[in-house]
Design a protein around this ligand. Structure first.
Ligand code: PGA
Length: 255
């Protein structure tokens, strides 16, 4: 059984995954806007901005003193070596990053990343002092054939490094069919999946929801007690939308 009381009043994570969007001007203006929002309204959520690698340092410099953290969207499993084009977790750390997304479905599909690679990346992140945000999620075909629970069980078993301190990782449940499509599972379906995940990993793990989150639906999603926050793609590229999601989190925690 999931202990719902455990989650009440905990501040939520609002994590923006900018993916491969924007230029330096957009990165700076988004960082400045979120920073100004927090300066004006205060900070009650764990806000994390995940720009492309190139803008990481630039964004970190703008938000660092505003209780807003910065993360990357991927890292390599090794600390260093002949890996052309790759970035290590330590490099992310040295540019001011504190988080890294690993195992996003776009990387699992486009870069053929398997669960074992995702676990190795999460381990590398932890060794570098970063918090890994480990993504899991079923495809539309897996959902329609009602295999989503078993698929998630399998991903959890393979993508979380062994003997890890579970309090130091974050999970993000992102149904692949909900990413960038405007479709989201029902509140009951999100709740059922989060209970399924927590029953396996334990309540010390923060489990986020991701997939078509926007200001208009964020409150309803984050009101699910077992949803510890949201991983936001498209809506994180518009300052007003993203800040609207942060506002939604305040209303939940204040209830
Ligand atoms: P979306 O993306 O919010 O644009 O659906 C979420 C994600 O891929 O993390």
């Amino acid at each position: 059984m999931v202990d719902v009381q455990h989650y009440a009043m905990k501040s939520k994570y609002i994590i923006g995954n900018w993916k491969m969007h924007g230029d330096a001007v957009l990165a700076e203006s988004l960082a400045n806007a979120v920073s100004a929002y927090v300066a004006e309204h205060g900070s009650w959520a764990h806000i994390v901005l995940c720009p492309p690698f190139l803008w990481l340092e630039r964004v970190a410099e703008r938000v660092g003193d505003r209780a807003i953290a910065v993360g990357a969207q991927d890292c390599h499993i090794e600390k260093k070596g002949a890996y052309t084009g790759d970035i290590s977790a330590e490099m992310i750390r040295s540019t001011g990053g504190a988080y890294v997304i690993v195992g996003h479905s776009e990387r699992r599909v486009q870069h053929k990343e398997e669960n074992a690679t995702v676990a190795a990346k999460a381990k590398a992140a932890l060794q570098a002092g970063l918090t890994p945000i480990i993504c899991i999620g079923e495809s539309l075909e897996e959902r329609e054939s009602e295999r989503h629970m078993e698929v998630i069980t399998h991903q959890l078993q393979g993508s979380i490094p062994k003997n890890v301190n579970l309090g130091k990782i974050i999970l993000a449940y992102e149904p692949v069919w909900a990413i960038g499509t405007g479709k989201i599972p029902t509140i009951q379906d999100i709740s059922a999946m989060h209970c399924h995940i927590l029953n396996q990993v334990g309540k010390e793990v923060a489990v986020l929801y991701g997939g078509s989150v926007k200001a208009a639906n964020a409150a309803e999603i984050m009101a699910i007690p077992t949803v510890s926050g949201v991983l936001v793609g498209g809506a994180s590229l518009k300052a007003e939308e993203f800040c609207g999601i942060v506002t939604a989190a305040k209303e939940i925690v204040a209830v």
